[in-house]
Write a protein that binds this ligand. Sequence first.
Ligand code: EPU
Length: 419
Amino acid sequence: MDKILVHGGRRLAGTVRISGSKNSALPILAAALLTKETCVISRVPDLSDIHYMLTILSELGCEVERASGVVTIKAENVDTEAPYDIVRKMRASVCILGPLLGREKEATVSLPGGCIIGDRPIDLHLRGFEALGAAVRVQAGNVKVLAPELRGSIINLRGKFGSTVLGTDNVMMAAVLADGTTVIDGAAEEPEVVDLANFLIAMGAKIEGAGTRRIIIEGVKELHGAEHEVIPDRIEAGTFLVAAAICGDGVTLIRVEPKHLLAVTEPLAQAGFDIESGREKITIRPGATRRALKLDAHPYPGFPTDMQAQMCALLATTDGISVVTDNVFPQRFMHVAELKRMGANIELQGPTAIIHGVEKLGGAPVMASDLRASAALVLAGLHADGITEVNRVYHIDRGYESIDEKLNALGAEIERVKV
Ligand code: EPU
């Protein structure tokens, strides 16, 4: 198991190229199950979560080829039951349910357990499948969805924490091959949902309204092969913006979509940083002052829960009192205890972190608990005195393509050590 050593105190400057989006690529790869024809998906990031998804697709019987970010998938004949051993490693495996149900009218995966960022049910996904006419059975840890036929329906996918991203993806993927029209109300508006819809449209699906709260899908008889380029990863981009805010002297992100990042760049500007956005690029420079922030994570277009931990790392050394609330995953604060071990002054009150900015953090051995928490610890280490040793680094490799190499190219000093 690798660990990462961050030598604090280096300044970052220069240009970093943003990779394709993990959370777009995962459901888009699964959507290739909807046709017997070949799909070619480019700008697929090289991440362990992507590797798991490709393994699941191969195990289901797809022919899968991958060469420098381009994945070719042909799903001529497919099984409908995903192997537990791989599925248990990644919660996003649930997004094979929708396309398998759409195409084969049945699918089985193991029911995802809770995870470190909280209890993560799939009741809304299942509610959507039932509305399309599927029976749902939970047996021996597996969930099986089965429908003699799928019929278009009106479905509300809003839950108590707002919309569901993978739930919207899943229901949309099943509904494209249903009989008649499906209306998804309370749909997730995330850019990753729009990216999936665009891929499905390229495959011959009829979808309107992706990116709004109401998506309308007119079922078609079959889909065909298509080519698609995945959108830039707005969370990887946001993470580099925060790294540059913590210890940068001018960093430019390229191949990024600035309009997907407004909920991150606006608070950074409010905190005193100088942000300049152009076509596919964003530059961040230090401003004259730094200010504490009040942040509330909400579904898109709100401030993303996936950026909450990284922002806590920045605010830990920002003078004043910052207040950060996560309304999407109220328990997603495992990074707080680790940041406190580095000298941060943070108090947790339910879904809210109250952060009293300190001048400096100190390097310490810390434990990564999930993907974004590990990124936050690396970022905190960039500015800390001494060495921060981030253990269980496999979490970070699930969602960041070569984060250590990219940060080192900007001037950081990060070592990856095999243990
Ligand atoms: N929820 C339910 N019932 C459901 C589904 C969700 O109550 O059936 C709740 C969740 O427990 C949570 C909220 O609704 O409180 C939102 O969850 P959502 O379903 O939107 O999350 P997801 O689709 O499982 C995706 C991303 C996450 C990201 C969330 C929120 C992928 C592969 N994952 O998860 O990404 O945090 O949306 O934006 O797209 C990450 O990349 O680090 C990550 C965790």
